[in-house]
Design a protein around this ligand. Sequence first.
Ligand code: GN1
Ligand code: MG
Length: 348
Amino acid sequence: MLNTVLSAFNVAGTNTIEWGNGLINKTWKAKAADGVYILQRLNTSIFKNPEDIACNIEAVGWHILHKKPDAVFPLPIKTKSGDLLFTDATGNYFRLLPFVSGSHTVDVLQHPAQAYEAALQFGKFTKMLRDFDVQRLKITLPNFHNLSLRYAQFTHALANGNAVRITESAELIKLATANTAIVDSYEKIKSNPQFRVRVTHHDSKISNVLFDDHDKGICVIDLDTIMPGYFISDVGDMIRTYLSPVSEEENDFSKIDIRTDFFEALAKGYISQMKDELTKDELHHFVYAGNFMIYMQALRFLTDYINNDVYYGSKYKGHNLVRAGNQFTLLQKIQTQEQSLQAIVNQL
Ligand code: GN1
Ligand code: MG
């Protein structure tokens, strides 16, 4: 099956293995006689218009490469008929990218230096696109990081979802409703002209950065969700996923922790690129960004649990409830350190 897809891109004689651990798309690494590739099947139940994603990646890629010809930007490879995507007989969409040689990804950060490098790459990505007209970007997932809508989806699930699961979730539902101040702050941000709309990655987890053999960042990847957005999306998802020594999958919540040295490295890396771009108000919301994304992810996992795992799926009974509990624990931990973390940013 995959060989048919690869031959549509003019790639023959491959050895293909599953690659990465994204929750949404499916990815393979394909070794062929003429090179190494990354093949991806897009999840069209989530991304309704895969062509829009392809368009965004092309537009952003050429802008970056035009400005900085030596930048690393894996541009999608076209099919034999010149298309950016291949559609198979059953309507699956595939894209092919060159594998960046000498690169690897990381799933869990071991050293603060990795947080610095990754944050620098996400900051650099937005900065390189500062003169790109964000309105040119197609909205690949409408309202993706609209926290008010995520909260509304949660209350809708409470009214219409699986009653047994709602009972099981009582403790987390309490936490969700106790933290609506995070939604109120988001509403204020939306009407604050000091908050700029920039080209935003919207999925800045550590596995979306390529590293070289010396652990230096090369570039960011997984550009499905590049859309106009606020800096709190990218900084927030880094805070959400870089500070704790364990991921959102961990079910022993006592292992969840806030590593201050990783936070400081993240802040330094991002601000090294973005200091002239961020306004004072934005800088003052640096730690809020973490609360915003952690709370949104907690809500999304909890909502999905109540809705019988329709979005994220589940590998074991109660999986999304565990993920939600994990994220609410992380939220509570960061809230106890909010001021000391923000003080670190204020001193940079
Ligand atoms: C999804 O597929 P992946 O792992 O790149 C999700 C993100 C979540 C993440 C949680 C399109 O990303 O928003 O933060 O799972 N992407 C989409 O692990 O919903
Ligand atoms: Mg992704």
